[in-house]
Ligand binder design. Structure first.
Ligand code: YH5
Length: 290
């Protein structure tokens, strides 16, 4: 983990103020990123947060539970899902960012692959971009570089529509690490500051259970890239496959996965259950480094 990771909230490298995330990363404490889905079909909550008020209320809850940041997403990347139109995605995400930025003292991240949504969300107050397509869409890399905010790059094989149709790798850890190294290089070449980069192996994004388990077991392979590692394991199907539990009963599996991830070097945990995850980290912290 780099000491200055995620420093600098001010646009395009103009200012000297530090990103609110940088202190926690410098303190070597794993960060908890709360998930705020603003999709009508939001898989983990049955679409309960389809209205603006409910989404904002849930964001306030995540902050009150101790989230270090809140990731707001308007595209369902559930396997087989079809993407929203640009207008739909903007309509879902931007009002939530606008409202929440005034109500919570926590930095907001936008989970999007579209440059237009990145720009609109940052203009509305978001201070990080989380892109499961690792800034590969036309214009996304340039938009992120211009915005001057921290960026999370995630690995995905193919697209959400097709990614779970027979995913294959020669060596999943090597291939995902190589991809993330290439995208990190592309970001640096585009002028994104190294301390603004985070990488994520993309659990569930074009991976079988054995691919996901191999990535979790070898997570320390990604810390060698020299930037913080984020993981999104919370409630995912790999935990359903390992435990036999439906999505609503995956909290114990999610907490075990979070613990393993931190012990193998994860710096940011993207989770639904912020309070419970904080409890795991409190116990881990009392024991000290592995
Ligand atoms: C991620 O891993 N994932 S959206 C299926 C589930 C539960 C949750 C029911 N955005 C990631 O959260 N961003 C998403 O099973 C992400 N890393 C990063 N950086 C999918 C999701 C989910 C999918």
């Amino acid at each position: 983990m780099t000491g200055t990771a995620l420093a600098g909230r001010t646009p395009a490298g103009t200012g000297t103020s530090r990103h609110p995330l940088s202190g926690a990363l410098a303190a070597r404490r794993p960060l908890v990123c709360g998930i705020l889905n603003v999709t009508p079909d939001s898989f983990s909550d049955g679409g309960r947060f389809d209205g603006l008020d409910r989404a904002v209320e849930h964001g306030r809850t995540l902050a009150a539970e101790g989230a270090d940041l809140i990731d707001i997403g308007g595209e369902s990347t559930r396997p087989g899902s079809r993407p929203p139109t640009l207008a739909e995605e903007l309509d879902r995400v931007v009002p939530v960012v606008e409202a929440l930025v005034r109500q919570v003292p926590v930095p907001l991240s936008v989970d999007t692959s579209r440059p237009e949504v990145m720009r609109a969300a940052v203009a509305a107050g978001a201070s990080m971009v989380n892109d499961v397509r690792a800034l590969q869409r036309p214009g996304a890399l340039e938009a992120a570089a211009q915005l001057g905010v921290p960026v999370c790059l995630t690995h995905m094989q193919r697209s959400p529509e097709t990614m779970q149709r027979d995913p294959r790798y020669q060596d999943v850890v090597v291939e995902v690490r190589t991809f993330l190294a290439e995208r990190t290089r592309a970001c640096l070449d585009a002028g994104i500051r190294p301390e603004h980069l985070v990488v994520d192996p993309g659990f569930g994004f074009g991976k079988t259970l054995s691919h996901n388990v191999a990535l979790l077991a070898s997570l320390d392979a990604f810390t060698g890239l020299g930037v913080p590692v984020m993981v999104g394991l919370s409630r995912k199907s790999m935990l359903g496959q390992l435990t036999g539990r439906d999505v609503g009963d995956r909290l114990p599996g999610s907490l075990a996965a979070a613990l393993v991830a931190v012990q193998r070097g994860a710096s940011v945990l993207r989770v639904h259950d912020v309070a419970a995850t904080r409890d795991v980290l409190a116990v881990l912290d009392a024991v000290g480094p592995v």
